[in-house]
Write a protein that binds this ligand. Structure first.
Ligand SMILES: NC(=O)c1ccc[n+]([C@@H]2O[C@H](COP(=O)([O-])OP(=O)(O)OC[C@H]3O[C@@H](n4cnc5c(N)ncnc54)[C@H](O)[C@@H]3O)[C@@H](O)[C@H]2O)c1
Length: 348
């Protein structure tokens, strides 16, 4: 693992990395990882109000304090990725070598009530990112896709060879579209691109619209939690540090048209990988671990499946393991404890 890491670092060291969605859950951790590793990091985020802005501002404050303290190279621009003129100016000013696009309208359920937010950020915004990378000589674009692209597939574990053309939500449809747009760009312009299908990321500083935070909020307020599909759900919960390690290594390994890679046409430098834990956890087991970590029993209300939701997710991470020696390290028990400790501290 260490040897491979050093090899990648030789390929692209101390360059500049532009990360969109830098005030977000995954983005804020990735920014710190790159800063720690000696890169100049340019962060972009529109700090929208889809969830508590204060949480985003606090993540940014942490990054700023960390970079000031250690004299690191951090720049932040508040911008919408769909604002092509301003984004162009940022690319001209900062000349990034690696671009990581994490900015997106996330959330399956919100896409039922506000689909146009997804068109703006995930389609128009992503199309700008592709064009800017192609016209500004970016060496590698990495973008966030999602496990939701697998829809209601029951072929477990989900593998990148499966067809993904039956999305159950508009959010998933935009993520599949991103993969297709990236593939076409990579084919026409030979732009090296890596797409990462994230599987239910959780941990400290996580998203308030996702189950761990919703459950923790309610359990501590002694309010009942709603358990959908009567608890018959499982998720491939993946701890944030495993996601960051895998994403970082993928950023440094640039697909080449000459790679003899089994799941992609060799002449197109576009690769797609699952990045998950490879170990799905039943929702009720997850809740039990959270109850233990918070030392409170939850009151549960059981309801039917929500529209757009999927029953189970389960990543095969074999391809990512072959690509960058990816191996998730954090067990669900450790991860839930870390999350709960952070939550108790943050909201005390
Ligand atoms: N967290 C997960 O479990 C998960 C799972 C699958 C996929 N993903 C994808 O990973 C990426 C990051 O997810 P996250 O959990 O960190 O989400 P997040 O919502 O915490 O982060 C996204 C950030 O992007 C910003 N943003 C949104 N639209 C923007 C726009 N048009 N212009 C500029 N900034 C914009 C938001 O303000 C936010 O800070 C997203 O693309 C998401 O769809 C996440």
């Amino acid at each position: 693992m260490l040897y491979i890491k050093n090899l990648f670092l030789k390929i692209m060291n101390n360059g500049s990395v532009l990360i969109t969605g830098a005030a977000g859950f995954i983005g804020s951790f990735l920014v710190k990882k790159f800063l720690r590793s000696g890169y100049q990091v340019i962060g972009i985020d529109n700090i929208n109000s889809y969830y508590d802005k204060n949480l985003k501002l606090k993540r940014l404050k942490n990054i700023k304090e960390y970079s000031n303290k250690n004299n690191l190279n951090w720049l932040f621009y508040k911008s919408n990725i769909e604002d092509k003129n301003y984004m162009k100016q940022i690319f001209l000013e900062t000349k990034p070598q690696i671009v990581v696009n994490l900015a997106a309208q996330a959330g399956v359920r919100y896409s039922i009530i506000n689909p146009s937010a997804y068109v703006k950020s995930n389609l128009m915004g992503f199309s700008n990112i592709l064009e800017l990378c192609q016209t500004h000589d970016v060496k590698h674009l990495v973008y966030a896709s999602s496990s939701s692209v697998y829809g209601s597939s029951k072929e477990y574990p989900f593998s990148e060879v499966q067809k993904v053309d039956t999305p159950l939500s508009f959010y998933a449809a935009t993520k599949i579209s991103n993969e297709m747009m990236a593939h076409a760009y990579s084919n026409i312009y030979k732009l090296p691109i890596t797409g990462l299908r994230f599987f239910t990321v959780y941990g400290p500083w996580g998203r308030p619209d996702m189950a761990p935070m919703i459950f923790a909020d309610k359990i501590l307020q002694k309010k009942p939690i709603t358990v959908f599909n009567h608890g018959n759900m499982s998720r491939d919960f993946t701890f944030i540090s495993d996601i960051i390690e895998g994403t970082f290594l993928c950023c440094l390994k640039v697909p080449s048209p000459n790679d003899d890679y089994k799941f992609a046409k060799p002449s197109i430098p576009h690769r797609i990988f699952n990045i998950g834990n490879g170990n799905p956890v039943k929702l009720l087991d997850f809740i039990e671990l959270l109850e233990e970590a918070l030392s409170i029993k939850a009151t549960k209300i059981f309801e039917n499946m929500q529209p757009g939701d999927v029953e189970s997710t389960y990543a095969s991470t074999q391809n990512l393991e072959e690509w960058i020696s990816y191996r998730p390290l954090v067990t669900i028990k450790e991860g839930v404890n870390k999350f709960a400790n952070w939550y108790l501290d943050y909201f005390k």
